[in-house]
Structures are given as structure tokens and as C-alpha cells.
Design a protein around this ligand. Structure first.
Ligand SMILES: [Zn+2]
Length: 421
């Protein structure tokens, strides 16, 4: 029996749920929140009792993919990356949400939460799911090859090729990591993909955004930015590991110290361990110091640290809250700059649904310089992935508000005819 696929919320960025069934088994890929700004504000009701799901697989730790995992009943096994689990637990610890932390510990112990590893297949009755790592702004992000009773499905999750893990150099030759995985692993022994489910965040209006890679960002921060500025505040998501690494490497090259709060320092330890386990020192974040406010604004230690920051320079991860602004204001004498390295939609009043006034006011107050690398593939790379996978039956766009733009991609007419309408 050919596998049956059902996609919920495929036509929005965030909250997409994929259900794959055979006669014997049913699995779900991703169960997250709608992103702020999604057209449909209400979340999908999913009847776990009625649906009888055998397992849920998570592509990565972004809330729009995994945010609702605590709603999943305990008799449904969950599969996620180890770093995903740690990063999520760090976030809940920082919020002092001890109920959630305990629940996560308990579910891990009971065997409800299971860790996946690249290229290690997981069998669920007559479905075999093999995870492969992909380049994304989240650290351990996976795509899934789902072999479901004779139907081969490749679910990309979120991906790109312009992050630090998108390219590797072997014997002096640059390789595209994802295209290599498709060629050497997915297509191994002439295995064909029948159905390709691919994200399309950057289709449509974001198509106009200029190409800007993590390497470009790192280079800009190392030279253009730090040539003139040794006092830098940085607003970036604490889970955007690649952008954090771009600035860490830039700081290291300029012998400038990084500063962050205790929660971000904990995430850094998680990224460092995971990076070193993958034989990279990109994510070491060595020597990062605690941002001074935590010692109290009047304490002698804070004043000593502020002086050190003035003298030695700094890259400090900041936020729009008041206790950050107090320190930022105290350091205005050295004329620091603020770099805003997040999607510009959040500070654009024209983007009514996603506009964050507090954040926008903060950026305005400190004359933020916007510099951001997208976590998602540019359309040109989506076209390359589709062409490389060359699915026999169907191309199914998800995680996009502009599925019609898939017909404008630079792919063959034969492939265009397979795009799901
Ligand atoms: Zn994501």
C-alpha cells in the first residue's frame, strides 16, 4: 500500500505538521507553534487519542517545529536531537519553569524522549526513518528520509547552504554538504525518492533579499565593523548558533572579549560540546564573560567590569529589557554601536503581524545597524535540492506562504509538473 501523507498548516511559515501513514504505522514530523505573524492565529487541534500515532520526529529546536511537544501523550515515543533537548531545557531553566524541566527529565528517563543520530535509522513498524544533518540556524537540524512501505519520502525540515555547515572543503575542493548527502546517502544503491517535502520560507517576497552568508557576516564583523568599533552590542537570538559563532570568531580575531548573561553562557557550553564532538572549534565561545548587570548596577565588581569593557572593547549580547539598557546607557561614553542581527520584519511597522514595538524602539534608540543572514535556503538552492533529489512522483512545498513561486524556480518542466498544487 502506498504511504499516505497529510500536511497541516503547510501554507504558513511555522506550525507545519506532517503525518505519514501506511496500513500499519503512523508517524508525525514536527509539532510546533504558529510563529507570531502567521495568518492563522489559532493553533491546530490534534486529537492524539483518535489519531493513534506511533512516533513523533522533530527536525530541530525552533519553537515552530517543536514548541508543542509537551502536549504529546506519553505513550507516543518522541525522537529528537540531543542538542535540541539540551537547548530546550536550558531555555526552560532560564525561565525558572521547573515544572517543565522536571517533566523533560522524567520523559527522558521513562524512554518517552529518544535521541536521534545522523544516518542512524529508526524503525517504527513498517516505516524506517533515517535522519541526516542539515545546515540551518539551529545547531542540530535534520532532514528525514522516510521509507514507508515502498514509498520513499524525503522531508527536508528547515535548511540552507549558506551557514557555517553548508559547505565543507575536502582536499582543497569545496563541497555542498546537503547535495553530497543526497548523492551519497539518500541515493545510495540507486534508491530513489518518490516524494520530496521541502520548506520554502524564502520564496515570494523574501526572494528580494540579497544573498548574504554566515561567512559574509563573519567577514563583515571581523573587518568592516571592528576596524572602527571595538565596543559592540549585539541583538541576536540565543539559539542562532551560527550567527553567534560568526561574531565570536570576529571577536577572537580582533582579540575582543564577548559578554553574555548566564543563560546564554549555558547555551554556549552546549554548543561548544556539540561542536567539538563534531570536530569543529567554530562554536567554542571560549573566554566569554558574564554580562555585568547580574552583579548589581552599583557593585564595585560591576564598575570594575565596565571599566575593563571600556578599555579592552567588547561584543556584548544584549536585549531590549531595562536592566540591559541601564548598562548600555552607562557605556555610552565610549560610543558603542548596536548590531541588530535578526529578521528585519520584527522591527518593520509595515509588517503588522510580526512587528515588535519594544524591539523596534530599542533599535531606534541605539541606532542599530541591521546585518542578518537568513536561516533558510535561497530559492536558487531550493531549485538545486529539487533537481538533485529528482523525485519520481511529487514535490510538496511546505513552510511557505508562496507555494505558487515554486513554479518560477529554475528547475526542469518535468519537475515543475510534479509540484503539488
Ligand atoms: Zn527553523
Amino acid at each position: 500500500m502506498p504511504a499516505n501523507i497529510e500536511i497541516i498548516n503547510g501554507d504558513q511559515i511555522g506550525g507545519c505538521i506532517t503525518v505519514i501513514s501506511t496500513g500499519k504505522a503512523r508517524i508525525v514530523i514536527d509539532f510546533g507553534e504558529n510563529l507570531p505573524g502567521a495568518e492563522k492565529e489559532s493553533k491546530v487541534e490534534f486529537d492524539w487519542k483518535k489519531e493513534k500515532i506511533d512516533a513523533v520526529f522533530f527536525t530541530h529546536y525552533h519553537g515552530d517545529h517543536i514548541g508543542r511537544f509537551m502536549e504529546i501523550p506519553e505513550d507516543v515515543p518522541m525522537y529528537m536531537g540531543k542538542v535540541t533537548y539540551k537547548v530546550m531545557k536550558n531555555i526552560r531553566s532560564a525561565r525558572r519553569d521547573w515544572a517543565a524541566v522536571n517533566e523533560m527529565n522524567r520523559r527522558l528517563k521513562s524512554g518517552n524522549i529518544n535521541f536521534i543520530e545522523k544516518a542512524k535509522p529508526v524503525t517504527v513498524k513498517d516505516i524506517v526513518v533515517t535522519p541526516y544533518t542539515v545546515d540551518h540556524s539551529a545547531f542540530d537540524a535534520y532532514m528525514f528520509l522516510v521509507e514507508a512501505d515502498g514509498t520513499n519520502i524525503l522531508h527536508t525540515g528547515d535548511y540552507r547552504d549558506h551557514g557555517h555547515r553548508g559547505r565543507t572543503v575536502k582536499n582543497g575542493v569545496e563541497h555542498n554538504t546537503m547535495l553530497d548527502v543526497i548523492q551519497y546517502h539518500v541515493h545510495r544503491n540507486d534508491r530513489q525518492v518518490d516524494i520530496l517535502i521541502t520548506e520554502g520560507t524564502m520564496m515570494g517576497e523574501r526572494l528580494k533579499e540579497d544573498y548574504f552568508s554566515e561567512k559574509d557576516l563573519q567577514k563583515w564583523a571581523t573587518t568592516d565593523l571592528m576596524k572602527d568599533n571595538r565596543h559592540v552590542f549585539l541583538k541576536v537570538s540565543s539559539t542562532n548558533v551560527d550567527t553567534l559563532a560568526s561574531f565570536y570568531q570576529a571577536a577572537k580575531a580582533n582579540k575582543i572579549k564577548m559578554y553574555a548573561n548566564s543563560y546564554v553562557l549555558e547555551q554556549f557550553r552546549t554548543y561548544r560540546a556539540a561542536g567539538q564532538a563534531n570536530k569543529t572549534h567554530m562554536y567554542d565561545f571560549y573566554g566569554t564573560e558574564l554580562f555585568p548587570f547580574e552583579e548589581g548596577p552599583d557593585a564595585a565588581e560591576t564598575l570594575r567590569k565596565l571599566d575593563k569593557m571600556r578599555k579592552e572593547g567588547f561584543i556584548a549580547i544584549v536585549s531590549e529589557t531595562e536592566h540591559y539598557q541601564k548598562i548600555m546607557d552607562a557605556l555610552q561614553d565610549v560610543k558603542p554601536v548596536l548590531v541588530y542581527s535578526m529578521w528585519e520584519g520584527y522591527i518593520d511597522p509595515k509588517k503588522e503581524n510580526c512587528y515588535n514595538k519594544n524591539l523596534a524602539d530599542f533599535c531606534k534608540k541605539y541606532n542599530a545597524i541591521p546585518k542578518h543572514t537568513s536561516g533558510h535556503a535561497y530559492p536558487s538552492f531550493i531549485a538545486q535540492v529539487i533537481t538533485a533529489v529528482n523525485p519520481t512522483q511529487c514535490i510538496w512545498p511546505i513552510h511557505t506562504e508562496f507555494r505558487d513561486s515554486f513554479f518560477d524556480l529554475d528547475i526542469s518542466d518535468e519537475l515543475k509538473a510534479k509540484i503539488k498544487k
